[in-house]
Design a protein around this ligand. Structure first.
Ligand SMILES: *Cc1c(COP(=O)(O)O)cnc(C)c1O
Length: 388
């Protein structure tokens, strides 16, 4: 199939993704090995319940063998995305409080009349919008959102104050999207949840150090496959057997509306294999963002009136090219013009209000870097001519 086949047929815009793993752009580029695994899944039949259980066991074993000791992950389940994992896990903890009868568990998240134990505590600074407000996923699972602390701070007392007999779980969000300062560490949160015997669900969607989490001891951790693992659109829920089993029950409840395709299950397995084997062999399948960003910055600095430098992600080991514009107005203009041109260039624009534009290098080719450079040259020339 011609590379532009559907682009032409559907009249689609070609996109250069220098913004990162963005849902609005389809998140990740999936490699050939993952596609092959997806192909295997797509063209064969399986006993699906068996596949869910065995794929979960396989992934758990892969991680535990790599980590060797002190892993807290007992089992895993592949779900359609992180959001689905949050909703289903909230439903699971509610069902756990309410009933031991499997069929009743399916309705547990929605029976508001009889059951009050459905409150999910989340730090106010973690109550984020990642394109969708995270609290919608809590509500989708039947939870009631209870915020702890303030926009800029949250400590153990704040959590303790919100803890009641109706608390069903704590949701901790580990992400660059959250407030970083004056928040509880995940380590402290784990200790707290254990001492209070409240299930702790960790949303680690875009984190890339999965193995580190296996030692932390949270009850449940959810990783997106399409973000850190460059896999298909899915997520892996890892944790205590009790909760993973509960989540499988919810698969036949609200989870049905978030069903995972069999091809995606195999793509997910392949993506996690890549991740584990890669780090064990020290081969660098992993993209060296520092080297790519450094070369990119050199090229950027040759453009007139562009002031570029290399920056590290606020939390993760990801390096990007960053340009500091003289005025926020110029940054806004560059962002707009790059988006409007063909191919369309998407950048990180979180700090455009202070004149900063960042280019994420994880999914751009050398050829695309040249297109970005050329486009910036043209834009800067245009800005100069119109400003003088
Ligand atoms: C992207 C993201 C999500 C949503 O992930 P999906 O797999 O798209 O549902 C949730 N939480 C955080 C912190 C994220 O970054």
């Amino acid at each position: 199939m011609n590379a532009n086949y559907y682009e032409n047929k559907l009249d689609l815009k070609k996109v250069i993704n220098a913004s990162g793993k963005m849902t609005i752009l389809g998140v990740s580029k999936v490699n050939k090995k993952v596609i092959d695994a997806q192909n295997y899944g797509a063209t064969n039949f399986f006993e699906m319940d068996d596949l869910y259980i065995k794929s979960g066991k396989y992934i758990t074993n892969l991680i535990n063998e790599k980590v060797k000791s002190n892993s807290y992950f007992e089992d895993a389940q592949i779900v359609s995305c992180t959001s689905a994992g949050i909703a289903q896990m909230v439903a699971t903890t509610i069902a756990e409080n309410i009933t031991k009868i499997q069929n009743e568990k399916l309705n547990a998240p929605f029976d508001f009349i009889n059951f009050k134990k459905r409150e999910v505590i989340i730090a106010k600074g973690h109550n984020i919008n990642y394109g969708t407000p995270i609290e919608i996923m809590i509500k989708l699972g039947g939870g009631i959102v209870v915020e702890a602390g303030y926009a800029n701070m949250c400590n153990l007392d704040d959590f303790n104050n919100k803890l009641t007999e109706n608390t069903t779980a704590i949701l901790y969000v580990k992400s660059h999207h959250t407030v970083q300062k004056n928040m509880l560490s995940l380590e402290d949160m784990v200790k707290f949840s254990k001492s209070k015997n409240v299930p702790l669900i960790v949303d680690a969607a875009a984190e890339e150090d999965i193995l580190a989490y296996s030692k932390l001891g949270a009850d449940v951790v959810i990783f997106s496959t399409s973000k850190g693992l460059n896999g298909p659109s899915s997520a892996i829920v890892l944790g205590k057997k009790k909760f993973i089993n509960g989540l499988r029950i919810q698969n036949k409840g609200i989870g049905r509306a978030m069903k995972v395709d069999k091809s995606t299950i195999f793509g997910t397995i392949r993506a996690i294999e890549d991740y584990i084997y890669d780090i064990s062999s020290n081969e660098t399948n992993k993209i060296d963002t520092y080297t790519i960003a450094t070369k990119f910055v050199d090229k950027l600095n040759k453009i007139q009136n562009i002031n570029a430098s290399i920056v590290k992600d606020s939390v993760r080991e990801i390096y990007r090219a960053s340009i500091q514009c003289e005025k926020p107005k110029i940054a806004a203009k560059i962002i707009k013009m790059q988006k409007e041109q063909s191919p369309s260039i998407y950048v990180r624009e979180y700090q455009a209000n202070i004149g900063i534009i960042e280019y994420d290098v994880r999914a751009i080719s050398e050829e695309e870097i040249e297109i970005i450079i050329q486009s910036l040259k043209n834009i800067m020339k245009n800005i100069e001519e119109h400003d003088e």
